[in-house]
Every structure is written in structure tokens, then in C-alpha cells.
Design a protein around this ligand. Structure first.
Ligand SMILES: Cc1cc2nc3c(=O)[nH]c(=O)nc-3n(C[C@H](O)[C@H](O)[C@H](O)COP(=O)(O)OP(=O)(O)OC[C@H]3O[C@@H](n4cnc5c(N)ncnc54)[C@H](O)[C@@H]3O)c2cc1C
Length: 592
């Protein structure tokens, strides 16, 4: 730990800085606020000042944003709340600092913040802000209907009327007499979390999924799947997992929990219901969305003001056009259609692609008795499961999950890059044995993407390109899974795959684990080119420093997106729901 930082008293240091900062903010004096920052500084705002998820880097950008928003947002009452983790000395992205949670209010409502303070180079006894994060917690007058604000239940209790709670729930879910304010398409974790947040805010929300049962998105994945990250980071909002749950949750257990969650949170869900097309009525400011019941073929047009795509990144598979593939006499399927290896016992399979799905399918087929050849097309970043957990390290530092979730939002893009570069370097060292074993087998390794930021940035930028070793790498190393390279293949033939050296790899099954189209293409498929073009690409960073079009207003009024890991869905569903609530209450324009 830096000598200056370790000598500081975290609580006193943070209190003193916050007193100055709070006073300057309350006085709406941007110049005085800027005195609290060092020259290299970053501010990430989640709605509190900008009504956007936005990153400002450097004094110029921060001051401009303050000038634009201080007068409107009128921040005040800055203090360190007793219920949060107290200020402490920590190391973030290789920098030692004092990290403190704080609370404040704006004209809109209650907010939280995190500040990371470092010694002032010009006056080492003093501290300046290196990183600031501010986030809207709740909208005054429109808070979540939980705890003391929970519904009284008068409409069905003590009045002995004709409808009890169940009758009212059954009526609510049918939408016979009203339109939903929000339609959420997709009832995986992304859809469930935002629907729960919206209904707790009192926003009438219909959630649809084409699968038969909630949770089928996980049930239909390969047989042996358990979650890749540990139970403590995966809770859904409002309902933490029971404390006896295993560290790595099996997919069917999670699927059943999703079903219980929808029931317990009283979500309005239509299963076996597929969005088939939608258009936007500019004049009325509503969507016309056709929902197709896949069980009975019926259709219903709903007219919500907001549509949230929670269809996952895996809605439209990419099928590669491999040489000679049409001549292959065996079974061909995309990894998204692969369910179980049991029927391939004793058979021969080729799996194309060495991302997570390719490895997982190859491993399961091998375990089920198939003879598997994995075909690598491009170098892949491999991380052991143990090392992969390190990106969630702050969840194990002690603070409760609410504090850890705020911490997870508090690293702006440049700091995230720095942090992941350091982490990736260390992970590569720790995983040396695994990686050299793979290299000896001819596996082409990627050491962490274009700027060596590792799997986390690959996921955020491209949605994949890496593998957490849950066993397939060991099978490649010991030869149970054979490895060939795309460049060495000549063509598929009826009996398998002919290599350039003339040998034939026999196969009964070809699984293409070759990924999925971008969410913008999902929009294109259902809403047409015009809306897809207006919306632009979804996910990945593009020019900006935030994920494109994720969890915030898009160029298409009333169109929203959510996706990601369980942790991301838990964290960002809150901000998405707050914006829609604000739109519904006339506090925020749906137009970006
Ligand atoms: C093998 C594997 C392991 C993973 N392990 C982890 C892990 O350990 N931890 C973690 O956090 N993440 C993990 N992930 C990543 C991520 O959490 C999952 O991909 C997750 O399923 C994403 O959730 P989602 O709700 O965004 O999308 P999905 O789960 O893909 O759900 C989308 C839903 O939308 C529905 N849908 C799509 N189109 C339509 C339509 N037109 N009409 C109606 N419904 C539609 C689908 O039926 C589906 O139910 C893993 C992923 C894989 C593949």
C-alpha cells in the first residue's frame, strides 16, 4: 500500500473531502467542485445528473457536464451514510486510494455515490478525487413499493368482495381490459429482472417468452451445465438465493428458481408467446406489436408505450458456410440447437469453434461417449475457472451485495481497461501450466484481446472469444478431445471432413458453435430495417465509453435493451426501470 495512503485515516479523510465537495456542489459552483479533482480524473454517472449512463474523463469534460446539470439537478445533503461500508484504503486498477460511499439528493430523488481519493501531488497531505461515480437510487414520490410502502392488499382483503387475490392476479395477467405500459420480450434473467423492478415501481409490465416454461432458456442448455461463476454474485433482485445453495448453481435448479421468482414477484408472464413483428406509431407514441401464441396459433396485437428487448445475444444463430458442408451426410446443427450428448454415445462428432459453446459441447459429447474432434478457427483466450472468479473479487471483500453492485459500476472505461490489463497479466501467469499444456497440443491461444484486457472486455466488446476451463481444456491436453485447425481442412465430404493432407476425419455429427448475430439484427428481424438503422448497433463500445444502447434510452423512442450476466442484469435493470418510470411519470422525455 502506498505510504501516504496507508498513513491516512480513511473516515476522516473522506469526511473532510466530502464536506468541501458537497458544499461546492450544493452551491452549484462548478469551479469549486473542480478544485476537489486531480488532473487525471473520471466521473461515471448513472442517471443522477445526466439521466444517462455516461462517462466523463478529465477536468474539461467533467466541468462541462457540471455546468450543464448542476442548476437543474440541484444536488444537496452530501453525507456518508451509516448503513454503507465505511471509507477504507483499497487498491483499484493498481492505484492505492481511499474509497468512500456517500449519499446525496437531487431535485429528482435520493442518490448514491462512490469516490476514490488519492494524495494530491501538489499537496501530499491533502487528497483529490481520482474517480467519482454517482447513481440515482429512487425517484422522489415514485419509490419502489417495498418494505413500508408495500401494498396494503385492501382490494382483496377484509372487503369480502367477489375477487380474492388469485382472481385479481388471474385477471391482471390476461390484459383483457387494458394494454401494458411495457412489453418485455424474453423471460430469461434479463427480462425477469427488469420486469420485477418495473412491477415493484408500479409500472404495468407484460413479459413474454416463446418457450413453454420460464427457465427453459437454461433448461434447454447442455445437460451437465452449472453456472460458471459463484452463487454470491448471481442473486436476482429482491430475492437472494437460499443460503444452502451450491457454489456453482446447476442449470435446472436456476431454471426452476426463475419460475418461482416470476410467481413470487407476481410478474405478468405469457409463455409460449413469440414476438413476430412490431411497428412504432409515431403520432400515438405507442408500439403495435404482434404476439403469436406458439401453442394454439392465435395472435394478439398489444400496444405498449415501451418495448424492452431481453431476447439474449443468442436469438439468431450464425450458420457458417463451410466448404463442402452441403455434401456432409451426417447431422448438422448449431450449438444453440444442441441439447444433450446421450444419443451420440459411440458416434463421431466434429465441433467447429473454440469459444465457450464449442468447448462445452465438445466436453459433453466426449463425456457421453462420443469421439470428438474440435476444429479451431481463430486463437482463443482460455482462463481457468479459479482465475475467472477474480473479476468479482470485490464481492468477496466483505461489503453486502448492494454495496458491491455499486462498486461494480464505479470503474469508468479507462480505469476498467487498466484494471483488466493488470488482472489479465496476473491470470496468464497463474494459468501458465494450463496454457502451456494447450500450446503443446497445438491449441492457438489469444493472450487477452487487442489490448490484453482479457475475457471481461472480450465479453463486453464482442460477447465472446474466450473459454473458462470447466474441463474441456484438460480433455484437449490429454487427447480425449482431438484438435484440428480450420486452415488444415480442405472440405467436408459425405463421411466427414477431408484435411489438406488427404486424411479424413470421420463424423456422424457436425456442431457449429459459431455464435449469434448482434441484437440490432434481432430488431431488424422483428421491427424492420428503418427502426434497426435508427437504433444502431447494440452492445459493444463503438465510439463511446459505455455499452451501446444498453439499459438507457435509444435513438428509437420507447425501445430499450437489457442483457448480460446475472450480475449485470441485477445491477442495470434498476437503472433501466427507473428511466421508464420517469418517462411514465412525465419526468423524462422518451426521445433521446
Ligand atoms: C454455457 C453458458 C454458461 C453460462 N454461465 C454463466 C454464468 O455462470 N453466470 C452468468 O452470469 N452468465 C452465464 N452465462 C451467460 C448469460 O448469463 C446467459 O447467456 C443468459 O442466458 C443470458 O440471459 P438473457 O436473459 O439475456 O438471454 P437468454 O437466456 O438468451 O433469454 C432470452 C429469452 O428470450 C426469448 N426470446 C427470444 N426471442 C424471442 C421472441 N421473438 N419472442 C419471445 N421470446 C423470445 C428466448 O426464448 C429466451 O428465453 C452463460 C452462458 C452460457 C451459454
Amino acid at each position: 500500500m502506498d505510504a501516504l495512503v496507508s498513513q491516512m485515516k480513511p473516515a476522516e479523510t473522506a469526511e473532510a473531502w466530502l464536506a468541501n465537495f458537497g458544499q461546492a456542489m450544493q452551491a452549484q459552483d462548478a469551479e469549486a467542485v473542480m478544485d476537489c479533482f486531480q488532473s487525471e480524473c473520471h466521473w461515471r454517472d448513472l442517471l443522477a445528473f445526466t439521466w444517462k449512463i455516461e462517462t466523463m474523463n478529465g477536468r474539461g469534460e467533467i466541468e462541462t457536464q457540471l455546468d450543464e446539470t448542476l442548476g437543474q439537478m440541484r444536488p444537496r445533503n452530501f453525507h456518508i451514510p451509516a448503513f454503507r461500508t465505511p471509507p477504507r484504503a483499497v487498491s483499484r486498477a493498481g492505484m492505492d486510494c481511499i474509497e468512500a460511499f456517500f449519499a446525496f439528493e437531487t431535485a429528482v430523488g435520493a442518490c448514491s455515490g462512490i469516490v476514490r481519493l488519492v494524495p494530491d501531488p501538489e499537496n501530499p497531505g491533502d487528497v483529490k478525487c481520482w474517480i467519482l461515480m454517482t447513481a440515482l437510487d429512487e425517484i422522489r414520490g415514485h419509490e419502489e413499493l417495498i418494505g413500508e410502502r408495500r401494498p396494503g392488499g385492501q382490494e382483496y382483503a377484509r372487503q369480502y368482495g367477489p375477487d380474492n387475490w388469485l382472481d385479481l392476479r388471474n385477471k391482471a395477467v390476461k390484459y383483457e381490459d387494458r394494454e401494458p405500459a411495457v412489453l418485455v420480450v424474453g423471460a430469461g434473467q434479463a427480462g425477469l429482472t427488469v420486469a420485477a423492478r418495473l412491477s415493484v415501481l408500479g409500472v404495468d409490465t407484460l413479459l413474454v417468452d416463446r418457450f413453454q416454461r420460464i427457465g427453459d432458456n437454461w433448461r434447454h442448455r447442455y445437460h451437465s451445465l452449472t453456472l460458471h461463476n459463484e452463487v454470491w454474485v448471481n442473486d436476482l433482485p429482491y430475492m437472494p438465493f437460499p443460503p444452502n445453495w451450491p457454489v456453482y448453481i446447476p442449470k435446472d435448479k436456476l431454471a426452476n428458481w426463475f419460475e418461482s421468482y416470476a410467481e413470487a414477484m407476481e410478474l405478468n408472464v405469457w409463455t409460449q408467446t413469440e414476438l413476430t413483428n412490431g411497428s412504432y406509431d409515431e403520432a400515438a407514441g405507442v408500439w403495435n406489436v404482434t404476439l403469436h401464441n406458439v401453442a394454439d396459433g392465435s395472435e394478439r396485437v398489444v400496444k405498449p408505450r415501451h418495448v424492452i428487448f431481453a431476447t439474449g445475444v443468442s436469438a439468431i444463430p450464425i450458420m457458417p458456410n463451410l466448404p463442402g458442408m452441403d455434401d456432409f451426410a451426417g447431422t448438422v446443427m448449431h450449438s444453440g440447437a444442441y441439447k444433450s450428448g446421450k444419443e451420440w454415445d459411440g458416434k463421431k462428432a466434429v465441433v467447429v469453434g473454440t469459444g465457450t459453446s464449442g468447448h462445452d459441447v465438445a466436453q459433453e459429447l466426449t463425456t457421453c461417449g462420443a469421439d470428438v474432434t474440435l476444429m479451431q478457427r481463430s486463437p482463443t483466450h482460455v482462463v481457468s475457472l479459479k482465475q475467472a472468479q477474480r473479476v468479482y473479487a470485490h464481492y468477496f471483500e466483505g461489503p453486502p451485495v448492494e454495496d458491491s453492485d455499486l462498486l461494480a459500476t464505479a470503474s469508468p472505461y479507462p480505469v476498467m481497461i487498466q484494471s483488466f490489463q493488470l488482472l489479465t497479466k496476473s491470470m496468464l501467469q497463474e494459468d501458465q501450466d494450463l496454457l502451456s499444456g494447450l500450446e503443446q497440443r497445438g491449441f492457438k491461444l489469444d493472450d487477452g484481446g487487442e489490448d490484453r484486457t482479457g475475457f471481461q472486455m472480450m465479453y463486453l466488446r464482442h460477447g465472446g472469444g474466450y473459454y473458462f476451463n470447466v474441463g474441456a481444456s484438460d480433455m484437449i491436453i490429454d487427447g480425449r478431445i482431438k484438435l484440428v485447425h480450420y486452415d488444415d481442412m480442405e472440405t467436408f465430404v459425405p463421411e466427414g471432413m477431408r484435411m489438406k493432407d488427404g486424411t479424413v476425419v470421420p463424423a456422424d455429427l457436425l456442431v457449429t458453435a459459431t455464435g449469434y448475430l448482434n441484437l440490432q439484427d434481432t430488431v431488424r428481424k422483428f421491427m424492420g430495417d428503418e427502426i434497426a438503422e435508427r437504433t444502431g448497433p447494440v452492445w459493444g463500445f463503438g465510439e463511446g465509453q459505455e455499452l451501446r444502447n444498453m439499459w438507457q434510452r435509444t435513438p428509437q423512442p420507447g425501445l430499450w435493451f437489457t442483457a448480460g450476466s446475472l450480475a449485470q442484469c441485477r445491477i442495470y435493470s434498476k437503472y433501466l426501470a427507473l428511466q421508464i418510470k420517469a418517462c411514465e411519470e412525465g419526468l423524462l422525455d422518451r426521445e433521446l
